[in-house]
Design a protein around this ligand. Structure first.
Ligand code: ZN
Length: 156
C-alpha cells in the first residue's frame, strides 16, 4: 500500500485487537516541547462501534474530567469511525501515566450524574447525548484494562 500522510491510514486495522492504547505520533517543537498523540481504541475496527449519543457524552465527560488529572492535555477527540478517541498531550511521555490518567477519567464517567455542557449554548448537538450509553462504554473499557497494552492480535 502507498504510504499515506495520516499515520492511522498506514495502520492495518485488521491486525489490531481492541481495546488498546497506542502511541500514534510524536512531534517536537522548535523549543523542544514534545506532543504525543495516542490512539485510544475502545471498539474493534469494522466489527463494532460506539453509538453517536453515547460517544458524544463520553467525549464531553472525558474532555472535562481528564483535565482534572493532568494539565498536559492538548486535546481529546472522537474518531469519525466511532471506534475510539485521539488523545494529544504535551511533554508527557510516560505511557503508564497515560494509562493511569485514562483509568481515572473513565472512573469519573462512572460516577457522573450528568453530562457536562450538554445544552444548546455549550454544545453543537445538545439533543444527541446518552449518559447511560457513555457509562456502558466506560464500564466495558475498564473491564478490559489488562488488554490496553496489547495492540496487535497474536500471530498464529
Ligand atoms: Zn457536544
Amino acid at each position: 500500500m502507498k504510504k499515506m500522510n495520516v499515520e492511522s491510514f498506514n495502520l492495518d486495522h485488521t491486525k489490531v485487537m481492541a481495546p488498546f492504547v497506542r502511541l500514534a505520533g510524536t512531534k517536537v517543537g522548535v523549543h523542544g516541547d514534545e506532543i504525543y498523540k495516542y490512539d485510544i481504541r475502545f471498539k474493534q475496527p469494522n466489527k463494532e462501534h460506539m453509538k453517536m449519543p453515547s460517544l458524544h457524552s463520553l467525549e464531553h465527560l472525558m474532555a472535562e474530567n481528564i483535565r482534572n488529572h493532568t494539565e498536559q492535555v492538548v486535546d481529546i477527540s472522537p474518531m469519525g469511525c466511532q471506534t475510539g478517541f485521539y488523545l494529544s498531550v504535551i511533554n508527557l511521555e510516560n505511557y503508564d501515566e497515560i494509562l493511569e490518567i485514562l483509568e481515572k477519567t473513565l472512573q469519573d464517567v462512572l460516577e457522573a450524574t450528568e453530562v457536562p455542557a450538554c445544552n444548546e449554548v455549550q454544545c453543537g448537538w445538545a439533543a444527541s447525548h446518552s449518559l447511560e450509553g457513555a457509562k456502558e462504554i466506560a464500564i466495558e473499557m475498564l473491564s478490559k484494562k489488562e488488554e490496553w497494552r496489547q495492540i496487535y492480535k497474536e500471530e498464529a
